[in-house]
Design a protein around this ligand. Structure first.
Ligand code: NDP
Length: 272
């Protein structure tokens, strides 16, 4: 794989866990200067220390992506430390599990605040630097951002909203050399299902799926790096993502049934 990340400044939100953490480690090994954002300052501090001890270059900034000023501080930190930004990866995200009949509206607001508005704020503040470097703006969406995922209305809606935002930024910047990529992992072993919000807004605290049978965060990090190197628009990961993208074009009603069937098989599924 061509190493497009060597000596590049890469800002990653949601870097304290899962896919974000795996990208931070891998991209630092590939020679990137990584700038890490998330709310858990202690985890970011420890990860930064580990990356530097392993010979990499890293900085961090405690960031709640739902707070615009925090996102500005993260971007300013990257520019202050390393002089610019080549890649912004909007990865911070949360999920949910409840049917629309039951879900408290605050859950949908929270999903939009983290997944969509977090992407808006970081993209907005990083854009001038990304335009200058003709760099990459990347959103970590989901297969749920390709087709509605039952029990995850707010999640799918927030990922579709990210796609609309990023696609439009891409077109507006068509003549400025900016690369914009929407990456769509399928189920990936991480903390995301444990922290997912249920109908009343509390955290699920467990996973309804077999985490051991999923892709690993490290695999996703590698595929995203390849997508950046090839300046792809859409980065699909595995059979699930590719099949969803393809079948949606030709047999969307069949895909509805498949998604219903697959998700209704989860233990304690909120629909049967
Ligand atoms: P994790 O729960 O392991 O990681 C989520 C990251 O987001 C954490 O670093 C968390 O850090 C951060 N985060 C959550 N809320 C905020 C906030 N308000 N401000 C800043 N950071 C925040 O999940 P994943 O690694 O799986 O998820 C990463 C991305 O991948 C998400 O966008 C998710 O939707 C997407 N994805 C995941 C899939 C999966 O099956 N795992 C499948 C498809 C897409 P902290 O709590 O410290 O703030």
């Amino acid at each position: 794989m061509k190493n497009a990340l060597n000596s590049k400044v890469v800002v990653i939100t949601g870097a304290s866990s899962g896919i974000g953490e795996a990208m931070a480690k891998l991209y630092a090994q590939m020679g990137a200067k990584v700038v890490l954002g998330a709310r858990s300052e202690e985890k970011l501090k420890a990860l930064t220390k580990q990356i530097i001890a392993d010979g990499g270059t890293a900085a961090y900034c405690a960031t709640d992506v739902t707070v615009a000023e925090d996102c500005k501080r993260l971007i300013d930190r990257a520019v202050g430390e390393f002089g610019g930004i080549d890649v912004l990866i909007c990865n911070a995200g949360i999920s949910m599990r409840a049917i629309f009949d039951d879900v408290d509206l605050s859950v949908l607001h929270r999903l939009m605040d983290v997944n969509f508005w977090g992407t808006v704020y970081c993209s907005k503040y990083a854009l001038p630097y990304l335009q200058r470097s003709k760099g990459s703006l990347v959103g970590i969406s989901s297969v749920a951002g390709l087709h509605g995922l039952p029990g995850r209305t707010g999640y799918s809606a927030s990922k579709y909203a990210m796609t609309g935002l990023l696609e439009t930024i891409r077109i507006e910047n068509l003549k400025k050399g900016l690369h914009v990529m929407v990456a769509c992992p399928g189920f990936t072993a991480s903390n995301v299902r444990f922290s997912a919000l249920v109908a009343d807004g509390s955290q699920q605290g467990s996973t309804p799926r077999e985490e051991g049978k999923m892709m690993t965060a490290e695999q996703v990090a590698k595929i995203v790096a390849r997508g950046i190197a090839r300046r792809r628009r859409l980065c699909l990961m595995e059979a699930e993502g590719r099949a969803t993208h393809f079948v949606k074009k030709f047999a969307p009603a069949f895909l509805d049934k498949m998604f219903y069937w697959v998700m209704s098989k989860e233990p304690d599924s909120p629909f049967k």
